[in-house]
Design a protein around this ligand. Structure first.
Ligand code: ADP
Length: 709
């Protein structure tokens, strides 16, 4: 079913679903991104904090070192010998200086210099082999000069910018000078930048990070810490270390596994919820799709059912267990002429009074309650009883039952009703479903066919009578001729007797005896003629249509005079054999007599040909267990009586056989062709069957059965 509205709705629904899915995805994306960014910011902030702490640590450490240096007792060197160019001797230093160098590994060298910046005492760290030759450390040494100039200006310790010194053993080292003005010159301490990082920051900072002094352009001067691993994300924090005379930049690079999809619990949680949400969304969408499909199928089924209900001509009615009408189809409304609303309202009354709890009192349609509007008023009581019986659980007959309903205009019509329990999906009975078929038309047609059948039978009988009349006239000539001859004989006797024997008593007595005998013969013949006429008369007149038990012999006897009439004319011998005893048969005797007569007549006519010399018509009646020749009904345990009429005539040829039972089929010039078709109808109406078979050695045998009473 393709309804435009339905399709549009479906589109709208799809659009809404897509919108919802898009929004949820956007929301989830944003949340995940924000969570990730938050994490990054956290890491960056922590790094920045660490870096500032490191800078502070560095400064304070340097400060402490400066203080330690200033606190060195330098008197010893004042008394110490100067060695020419001022080549320093270890003895010129107090023992604390060496201890200081041992303790502070970041300081690689101590120098005393005079006011002209010429070094006169040098003490080197014990941890390194000699780094400098004298040439590189002269008074003109640039960085030392810079630092000391600054120190002099400031009258306070000052640092020089860092500088690179190639080492003797290869490689090089980045150094920074600290110049402290002291009495009579300067104390110059050389710091190794890398050692500074290791000693002053290493323990706290270097783990998992790369710590470096860098130049503003990013060039690393000294680095400690782990190298960056591949596939990690780097976080950088740089801070300036402001020292007198120089500004260093401390750069800390930290890294974490990146890109991190689940950087922490929060993000993992958000992601988990997002996945759950998306799954729910998917499930919901699938559910909706299934529901839509089911809805569509349901709509189709409903439409189909509706179309079916509207198109059937069978009236349908559903009642609940209280007898209230819950459904009627259009055909039912049309049948009874009431609208569905009228019927529902009417039936609600028919359900009978209710008790306080709202349940029916048990006997719906109780006495006094008006019936359904389509119940004929005169039958309402009976219908109410039937309904009560049904609602009490009485099962209706499966094959349905007939009833009469009343239309709105008051006219009655016969209906065939089929009722069945109405079960819900749990197979619990919720009421009764009834189907109605208006059988008035069927009844009318049946009545018509019955009437025409009757007319046909009457005309067939009249035809037989016409035939009988000719037979009668032939037959009556015999008794009449006999009567006439006996009468004239009697007259002759009387006249003769009067002439001859005036006084001859003996002759008179003879004559009287003869005349009396003749008169008796006359009476007999007249009686016979009368019988013949009566039998024909009886046959034509009897019209009672009732089924009654009739002795088979009585049936045979009734038609025998008529049969014999024809038999005599055609020189046929009648051979009768009736089983003894025989039960009575249940039949409409007039009709069965006609069947017998028809069959006997047909048989005799079949023998009416010159070559048929020995003309015998066999009439047999016997009792059989089942209706062996027709539809087997032995199972019913019913007994049947079989009549058979056999001739030795022409037999039935193939082409005659085909049309044998067709009305108006005949091979005789004066035939009507109605005999056999009527015979069969009559026998079948009685529940029996009519068949025929060839008769050995010649002729045909017709058999039919009738139920024993
Ligand atoms: P009708 O006797 O008026 O001809 P029926 O219906 O009784 O009509 O018979 C139809 C035809 O069936 C007959 O004309 C005849 O040809 C054939 N028929 C009926 N009975 C016999 C019989 N016993 N033997 C041979 N033919 C028969």
């Amino acid at each position: 079913m393709s309804v435009p509205g339905f399709e549009r709705n479906a589109w709208q629904r799809w659009f809404l679903w897509l919108l919802l899915a898009g929004l949820v995805l956007a929301l989830l994306g944003t949340v995940v991104w924000l969570a990730g960014r938050h994490e990054v910011e956290q890491v960056q902030a922590a790094l920045d904090r660490d870096t500032s702490d490191a800078v502070a640590d560095l400064r304070s450490s340097l400060q402490r070192n400066t203080q330690s240096l200033r606190a060195l007792r330098l008197q010893a060197q004042d008394n110490g010998q100067r060695d020419g160019q001022g080549a320093p001797g270890a003895a010129a230093w107090p023992p604390e200086a060496a201890a200081l160098l041992r303790e502070h590994r970041e300081m690689v060298r101590l120098e005393r210099r005079d006011a002209a910046l010429l070094p006169f005492a040098v003490l080197e760290t014990p941890y390194r082999t000699r780094m400098f030759d004298k040439a590189t450390r002269g008074s003109e040494h640039n960085d030392v000069a810079l630092a000391c100039t600054a120190a002099r200006k400031l009258a306070a310790p000052a640092y020089s910018p860092s500088h690179y010194v190639p080492l003797l053993e290869g490689g090089g080292i980045e150094l920074m000078e600290l110049c402290i003005p002291v009495e009579g010159g300067y104390l110059v301490a050389t710091y190794g930048l890398r050692d500074m990082l290791t000693e002053l920051l290493g323990p706290t900072l270097a783990r998992g990070q790369e710590v470096a002094f860098a130049e503003p352009d990013g060039t690393r001067l000294a680095i400690i810490g782990v190298r960056r691993r591949a596939g990690t994300r780097i976080f950088t924090s740089q801070q300036l270390v402001d020292l007198p005379g120089v500004t260093l930049m401390l750069r800390v690079d930290g890294w974490r596994a990146a890109p991190d999809l689940f950087p922490n619990l929060l993000t993992a949680l958000v992601t988990g919820i997002s996945i759950a949400l998306v799954s729910v969304l998917v499930l919901l969408a699938r559910d909706t799709r299934r529901r839509l499909k089911a809805e569509r199928e349901l709509a189709e089924t409903l439409a189909f059912r509706k179309a079916m209900e509207d198109s059937v001509i069978t009236g349908l009615r559903a009642r609940d267990l209280r007898g209230r009408l819950t459904y009627v189809n259009p055909a039912f409304c049309e049948m009874v002429g009431f609208s569905a609303e009228e019927l529902m309202a009417g039936h609600a009354d028919a359900a009978g009074p209710r008790d306080g709890s709202g349940a029916t009192t048990g006997v719906p349609g109780a006495i006094g309650a008006p019936g359904a509007p389509y119940w004929p008023t005169e039958l309402a009581h009976e219908y109410r009883q039937r309904q009560a019986h049904r609602l009490a659980g009485g099962m209706p007959p499966r094959e349905g039952f007939e009833s009469v309903f009343m239309r709105k205009d008051g006219s009655r019509f016969p209906v065939l009703i089929f009722e069945a329990p109405l079960l819900d999906a749990q197979r619990v009975q919720t009421g009764w479903m009834s189907a109605f078929i208006d059988v008035s038309e069927q009844r009318r047609i049946e009545e018509l066919s019955r009437a025409s059948q009757e007319r046909l039978q009457a005309s067939a009988r009249l035809a037989t009578v016409g035939e009988m009349a000719s037979l009668l006239s032939h037959e009556l000539t015999q008794p009449l001729a006999a009567i006439a001859s006996y009468a004239s004989g009697s007259l002759n006797l009387l006249e003769g007797g009067a002439d001859q024997g005036g006084g001859d008593k003996g002759v008179v007595i003879d004559t009287n005896v003869e005349v009396a005998m003749a008169v008796r013969r006359i009476a007999e013949q007249a009686d016979r003629a009368g019988q013949v006429i009566r039998s024909v008369h009886d046959f034509v007149r009897r019209r009672d249509r009732t089924r009654e038990p009739v002795a088979p012999r009585a049936l045979i006897d009734a038609v025998l005079p008529l049969v014999q009439l024809q038999a005599r004319k055609l020189a046929v011998r009648i051979d009768m054999a009736l089983e003894d005893p025989l039960p009575a048969v249940l039949c409409d005797r007039t009709l069965v007599e006609q069947v017998l007569l028809n069959l006997a007549r047909n048989g005799m006519q079949a023998m009416d040909m010159p070559e048929c010399v020995e003309r015998v018509l066999q009439l047999r009646v016997l009792l059989i267990g089942g209706n062996s020749i027709g539809n087997a009904r032995a199972a019913e345990g019913r007994r049947w009586v079989e009549f058979s009429v056999a001739d030795v005539g022409s037999g039935i040829s193939k082409d005659v056989e085909e049309k044998l039972f067709t009305p108006f089929f005949t091979t005789r010039a004066d035939g009507m062709g109605l005999g056999l078709s009527l015979c069969r109808t009559v026998v079948e109406q009685h529940g029996g069957a009519l068949v025929y078979a060839p008769h050995r050695p010649r002729g045909t045998v017709f058999r039919f059965t009738l139920p024993a009473a």
